[in-house]
Design a protein around this ligand. Structure first.
Ligand SMILES: Nc1ncnc2c1ncn2[C@@H]1O[C@H](COP(=O)(O)OP(=O)(O)OP(=O)(O)O)[C@@H](O)[C@H]1O
Length: 228
């Protein structure tokens, strides 16, 4: 199975702060939906930003799509191939209407207006927002904004999806809807999530970031301390 991301020994500290990552190692293979969990402030968003070159680790190795990535030019290609859905949709959406937001990426890639609008319709249908083309973005509900953010990223046809707490502030129905959408996508993905129910629904594997390292979580033992 082809490996899409392979990172080893990542160390990272923000200036004048204690280290966030001390030895983070993980791989993402095609077809996987890898969930990352861990305490608040453990460094999950930091790790995701390092994967696409928005932050530079002090040590460690990043291989993405078969090549080692070191400098900004390497990461520009990574960002084209790995679509990042930010934690806050307001960081992702900046156009007056949904159609303009979703068409922004495809138009930048050189598609004609008609081609871009065809992509808009296709991805809005994929996230269950048919008929939202002309809606005013800032008037959408939080859940709708999140789905539009995902549509914006899907419009770029990424090979990998990186989602930072996609169910944050979603109600149960919208969370269930998002789970089904994600399960139906062909892309491998890394999903940061604090929501165990959501992780169980979508993840093919889970890693926990704690004390700067990624570890396989131990199953909870309900009878710990009760036995012999
Ligand atoms: N730009 C920054 N400068 C200094 N410290 C930062 C910066 N960004 C994040 N931090 C700190 O780095 C640590 C890791 O932050 P990060 O957002 O990666 O954690 P997280 O695991 O995603 O947390 P959460 O689950 O709460 O979203 C936190 O202590 C945070 O306060």
């Amino acid at each position: 199975m082809s490996v899409l991301f392979e990172v080893a020994g990542l160390c990272f500290a923000y200036p004048r702060r204690p280290p966030v990552l001390t030895d983070a190692t993980m791989t993402l293979a095609a077809g996987e939906r890898l969930a990352i969990t861990g305490p608040n402030g453990a460094g999950k968003s930091t790790l995701m930003q390092i994967l696409v070159g928005l932050l530079t680790p002090q040590a460690g190795r990043i291989v993405a799509f078969g090549a080692e990535r070191r400098v900004e030019a390497d990461f520009q290609e990574v960002r084209r191939r790995a679509g990042y859905v930010f934690q806050d949709p307001d960081d992702q959406l900046f156009c007056p209407t949904v159609a303009e937001d979703v068409a922004f990426g495809p138009l930048n890639l050189g598609l004609s207006r008609a081609e871009a609008l065809a992509v808009v319709d296709q991805v809005l249908a994929r996230v269950g927002l048919e008929g939202f083309r002309d809606r005013i973005t800032h008037k959408l509900s939080g859940g709708e904004k999140r789905l539009v953010s995902l549509a914006c990223v899907l419009a770029m046809e990424p090979e990998v999806l990186l989602l930072d707490e996609p169910t944050n502030a979603l109600d149960e129905d919208t969370t269930a809807r998002l789970s089904e959408i994600l399960r139906g996508l062909p892309q491998a993905m890394i999903v940061i999530s604090h929501d165990p129910h959501f992780r169980r629904r979508i993840a093919t594997r889970t890693l926990r970031l704690q004390q700067g390292r990624l570890v396989t979580p131990q199953p909870v033992c309900r009878h710990a301390g009760m036995g012999a």
